[in-house]
Design a protein. Sequence first.
Length: 119
Amino acid sequence: VQYVESGGGMMQSGGSLRLSCVVSGFTVSSSDMMWVRLAPGKAPTWVSGLRSDGVTTYYADSVKGRFTISRDDAKNTVALEMHSVKPEDAAHYYCQTGYGDNQIDMSSWGQGTQVIVSS
């Protein structure tokens, strides 16, 4: 299993960004998927989850209404669209299987993609 995240970068507060995670080793259409972020000096934080039905989504309160999780079955990828980004969103972002905040598994992570937000 391999996750390759991309799409991160530096942006100003209030901006938008789209993160992508290319998955190999299994099909995302048959799995729950989620995004987790890790900020320096902090514990990993669950951000959003998408059930295998491709419709049921979950969001942390801190990102609800601003972030959208989705997947592309043809490309076997999972995306996280980020809008109205805030300085506290700055972190490394990782995708993994699962959908809830009790399923974080750092041992499965790829290299992640870094989001830097300037105020």
